[in-house]
Structure formats: C-alpha cells, structure tokens
Design a protein around this ligand. Structure first.
Ligand code: FDA
Length: 582
C-alpha cells in the first residue's frame, strides 16, 4: 500500500468529540491529523448547554476564556419557562442549570468553572482553530471510507471530496468521532444496545426579536404546551435561545410512523408563530431539518487500534444537555492514554481502560436523556392533557388549574409534582459531575465510595475515593488563587500532599525517573507551593495531612494513601505500575 500521509493518531470528525480529541492530543504534543467530511464545522446550532465538566476540560486545555467570550453567560441561561406559548400563559418556571440559589452553591463549591451556553456553530470553530494552531493537521472535505489494521497500525482509506481522489493514510491509532451514523463504529462492529429513530423531531432555526417576551425571564429554554406538543419530539415543544434574544431554534415533534412532514417556509413560519404566540410575528426562517430521536449506546468502544468517541457511541435526544459535554469528556479520557502508550510510558492495556471507563457513562447518559424526555408525560397528565383531545378541550383542561374547588387543588398539586420531576432533566448535577471510574487505571485503597447523602442524580458529592474526580477547592497564596484542578495538569500525573507529607516529593522524583513519566508533587500548606486558602482542601482531601492523592492527567483520582508509609517510593511505584499497565 502506498501511504500518502502518516500520522500517529488519525481522528475522523471535527465535532465536539473529534475536535476535542485533536486539541487534547496536540496539547500533549502528539502528532495527529483530523479529517472531516464537510468543508467546515457544524452548520446548525445543535448542542449548546456546556456543563462544568466540559468547561473544566476547556480550562485545562487553555481555551476556557475563548469559550466564555462567545458563550451566553451562566446568569442568562436558567429561568426556564413552561407555557402555552411564549406570549401566552405561563404554567410555571424552574431555575435550571444550577441557577437556583441553593443549586448555585452546589455548582460553585464543586468546580472553578460555570455552566454556560454556546451553540455548536460557535464552539466547534474554537476547538478546531486551537487544535490546528497547536499542531493538528486538519483536512476538511475529506471523507473516511474504510480501514484495515495490522499489528503496528491502521491503513485508512479516505476520499478528497474536492478532487474526488482516494488515498491512504497510515496511522498508529484511529479515533472514530464521526457522529451518530458512525461508519467507523460499524466497520469495527461495536456492540450496540437500544434503538434508533424512536420519535420524530424537526428543527426550525429563525430570527425574531423576542426580547420583550423573554428579557425579564432570561433562559435558554422555553417549553410550550400546545396541541401536538406531546407527539414525537423531545417531550414538549421547545423554543430555544441561540443568541439572546434574536436568534432561536424550535424543536417540534412529529409522528415517526407517519410520512415525514414537509416543512416549507410557510409551515415553519406558522409553527414559529404558534409557539411564540404572536400571530403576525415578523420571522426570518434560516433553516429547517428533520431528525430522529435515538436511544442507543455501545457497550464496548474499541477494536485493537481503533476507538470510537462521542455520538458514535452514545445516541440520545438533547434532554439533559449531555451530548456534546460527554463527547468532549470521552476524548479527554482517551487522549492522554494514547499519548502515554505512544511514548512507551504505559503498556497497551491502559488503552482498554477507555472502554471500561466510558461505556458505563454512555449507557447512563443515553438512558437518562430518554427518561427525561418521557417524564414530560407527568406534566401532560397533571394538566389533564390526552392525545385525542381537540384544541378547545386541551385549552379547557389547562384552564382547570385555576379552579377554586377540590379538582383545582388536586390539579395544582399534581402540576407542582410534575414540575419537580423536571429537575432530573435540568438540574441533574450528579449525572453531569459524578462520573466514577472502576478499571485497571484506578487502584483502590480498599475504601468504598461514600454512600450518597442526597439523590445521586441531582446532587454531586466530592470525594477523593479513587475513580472519582479530584475535588475542587481554591488554593493559592497572597498573589494568586487557583483550583486544585489547576494544580493537576493534563500533561502529567500529580501528587497532592500536605506539609507533613513532604517526603512524597522525594519518592515521586525517584519513581518518575524509574518509570520515565511526568509526575509532579504539589505540597499544599503554609509556606509551600500553595496554601489551603479557605481550609476547604483539608475538609475534602479524605486523607491525613501526610497522606497523598495521586491524580491522573484527566483529573480522576488514580490512587491515594491515607498517611505517609514507611516506604512511600515502593507504594507509589506499585500503584503507578498497575495504573500504567507496566
Ligand atoms: P458530531 O455529529 O457533532 O460530529 C461528527 C463529525 O464527523 C462531523 O464533523 C462530520 O463532518 C464528521 N463525519 C461524519 N462522517 C464522516 C466521514 N465518513 N468521514 C469524515 N468525517 C465524517 N445535542 C444537544 O445537547 N442539544 C441539542 O439541542 C442538540 N440538537 C441536535 C440537533 C441535531 C439536528 C443533531 C444531529 C444533533 C443534536 N444534538 C444536540 C446532539 C449533539 O449535536 C451531539 O451530541 C454532538 O454533536 C456529538 O458530537 P460528536 O463530535 O460525537 O458528533
């Protein structure tokens, strides 16, 4: 075979998964190439809610400020409205994405970063630009066709769509981040569970100035309950902010068993006017598309030197806003492992932990998102809405919640209950933050995960039990304030200890030299690298002052020791050798 190009890692796709993989690889100095089918990045807004974990990844990769500069800020994303039309009656609101004062505290205590909103059309260019600037060889209009792998690498056949020529790229590893219709996942025969196209949705993007209707209750999401809003779709009709307050996206459902609807300009304009509730609203329709809701995940993510990430391995509706966030984190989990194996710092078995760690996450988020969509049913039921009602009947049953009699009391109680359930879609902080890994790249210290004190889907509780994410606390000195997460950089392993544990630094130096890896010790305490400014770290660290928390490049705790042992070097070496598959 003639190899037209060679690279260490070939990434297929420039969406959130692929572009994040390339950026992470380039940040680590790994030679990589990213190919993508179209001449540019996403052409519709699509994913937008960007949660704290994804923002932490961006922070670590040096692009958090760039994302914040383009994003709609945290304060403007949370006054989520449920109504009969935007200009119609309001049924109620939920403060979403951690904007309730009580949830704001949970968010701020567990991360240096905030949940914001950035449409995929703006996020992808940031990822692609930074990846390319830092070393990625990016090829647009280049389509993955097939691959063949052998013991040392992968021959990938691609087609240049501009010149209609086919050539072969030789790579040591291949990452298929080619979306929900992934050809790479099909070619390696990833085992999938679930179903595709279980409900029909249409997207309508439009421009209209709605500030008068929404400026006083700023949110990303306005949910509309009208005739038809319980058919197909993502739970109810949705008017979603793309840019405040003049660019929007509507998601409206259709029955997937019927002929696909024709959404021409007139039909789209009518849907917009219905959902906004202004019959003569001036609207500029900028695009329409139909898509299917999926409930499918891969139970294994790798075949030899080929991996899949993103929607290729988890396909689900946008409920809970987990798609792009999880895709970014898949790649963040994978890239440092590939780098470590390429450098000979880890055995190839480390690569298998990608699948072991991320497949359960794929399953969890696919099931969560679909359940959230279905839980809108409780609100329809509470309001007394059924599938076969006429428009007038539906209006009358919604009206009944105003009745003074016992039926009204009961209806109001049920609406309150149904609205509370929506926190599992819009405030599932535990799902967003609580990913915990059990694999060979995590060495248990024998302690179990602490039992949750609150609902683990809604609430995240920080701990240093190996497998979980390093807790966030502000540390620093008189000149600077950084997060503990900032101490553990992506290009190395990090040991966090206290003043009484300073002997770990010497042990770590020797272990790093022996294994040929980057391993940094940070002593937290007065007069050391950083101080525990608010005394939060002491409460969170879960080990004694002389103990240690070993953090992986992706910020998950790899191992910990409760106190300084007689031979810290031996214990650290043993833990790291296991983690790295040496
Ligand atoms: P993504 O699909 O973004 O990217 C795939 C990439 O692979 C693209 O760059 C494509 O060009 C490339 N590619 C595909 N085949 C290729 C081939 N053979 N060769 C080369 N390149 C190839 N999520 C959400 O949270 N909120 C939302 O509102 C929406 N809305 C929404 C609407 C629509 C219409 C879709 C299709 C999806 C959404 N999503 C969403 C889902 C969200 O967009 C999704 O979770 C992420 O984009 C997943 O990122 P990936 O990088 O995995 O795939």
């Amino acid at each position: 075979t003639v190899h037209a190009a060679e690279t260490d890692v070939l990434v297929v796709g420039s969406g959130p998964a692929g572009a994040a993989a390339s950026l992470a690889l380039s940040a680590l100095g790994v030679d990589n190439m990213m190919i993508t089918k179209y001449r540019w990045t996403a052409n519709t807004p699509r994913a937008h809610i960007t949660n704290q974990r994804a923002m932490e990844v961006f922070r670590d990769l040096g692009i958090e400020q760039q994302v914040l500069a383009e994003a709609t800020p945290h304060e403007l994303i949370g006054d989520t409205v449920f109504c009969t039309a935007i200009a119609g009656e309001e049924i109620g609101r939920i403060l979403t994405w951690g904007t309730h004062p009580a949830r704001e505290a949970d968010h701020r205590l567990s991360s240096p970063s905030q949940t914001v909103d950035i449409p995929q059309t703006l996020l992808e260019p940031i990822l692609v630009r930074n990846a390319t600037e830092r070393g990625t060889q990016t090829r647009f209009s280049t389509e993955y066709l097939s691959h063949v792998q052998d013991a040392d690498g992968v021959d990938v056949t691609v087609r240049d769509r501009v010149t209609d020529t086919t050539y072969v790229i030789r790579a040591k590893y291949l990452i298929g981040a080619d979306g929900a219709r992934s050809q790479v996942a099909t070619d390696i025969g990833l085992p999938m569970e679930g179903r595709m196209d279980i409900a029909g949705s249409m997207n309508i993007t439009f421009k209209a100035d709605l500030s008068a209707h929404v400026g006083h209750r700023p949110s990303v999401l306005y949910w509309v309950i009208q005739p038809g809003s319980n058919i197909g779709g993502i739970g109810a009709g949705l008017v979603r902010m793309v840019r405040p307050w003049n660019e929007w996206l509507i998601v409206w459902g259709y029955d997937i068993n019927d002929e696909p609807p024709v959404v021409d300009e007139a039909a789209a304009t009518q849907i917009v006017r219905n959902l906004v509730g202004v019959p003569d609203l001036e609207v500029e329709i900028t695009g329409t598309s139909l898509w299917g809701n999926n409930e499918m995940y891969a139970t294994h993510l790798q075949a030899g030197r080929v991996f899949c990430a993103g929607d290729a391995i988890h396909r689900h509706p946008p409920s809970n806003g987990l798609g792009s966030n999880t895709s970014v984190q898949d790649s963040y989990n994978l890239a440092w492992k590939i780098a470590a194996v390429l450098r000979g710092q880890a055995g190839p078995s480390l690569l298998e932990t990608y699948s072991v760690e991320r497949a359960p996450v794929a399953k969890q988020i696919v099931l969560r998102a679909n359940q959230s969509g279905r839980e809108f049913g409780a609100l329809f039921e509470a309001l007394g809405i059924t599938a076969d009602q006429s428009e007038d009947e539906m209006r009358a049953t919604i009206e009944e919640r105003k009745d003074a009699g016992p039926a009204g009391v009961e209806k109001r109680r049920k609406v309150t209950e149904a609205m509370a359930l929506k926190n599992y879609e819009f405030n599932a902080h535990g799902v967003e933050m609580g990913q915990h890994y059990t694999s060979q790249a995590v060495v248990s210290d024998g302690s179990a995960r602490p039992a949750p004190t609150r609902d683990p889907e809604l609430y995240f509780e920080q701990s240093t039990v190996p497998g979980g994410r390093l807790p966030h606390a502000w540390v620093g000195d008189s000149q600077r304030k950084v997060s503990t997460l900032d101490l553990a950089r992506y290009d190395r392993f990090t040991l966090l200890t206290g003043v009484a544990g300073e002997a770990w630094a010497d042990a770590a130096g020797k272990v790093a030299a022996e294994l040929g890896i980057e391993l940094e010790t940070v002593v937290i305490g007065p007069g050391r690298e950083v101080t525990d400014l608010y005394f939060d770290w002491e409460r969170l660290r879960g080990v004694e002052e002389s103990g240690v928390v070993l953090v992986r490049p992706d910020k998950h705790v790899a191992w910990r020791a409760h106190r300084l042992p007689d031979d810290p070097q031996r214990e650290l070496l043993s833990a790291l050798a296991k983690i790295l598959g040496r």
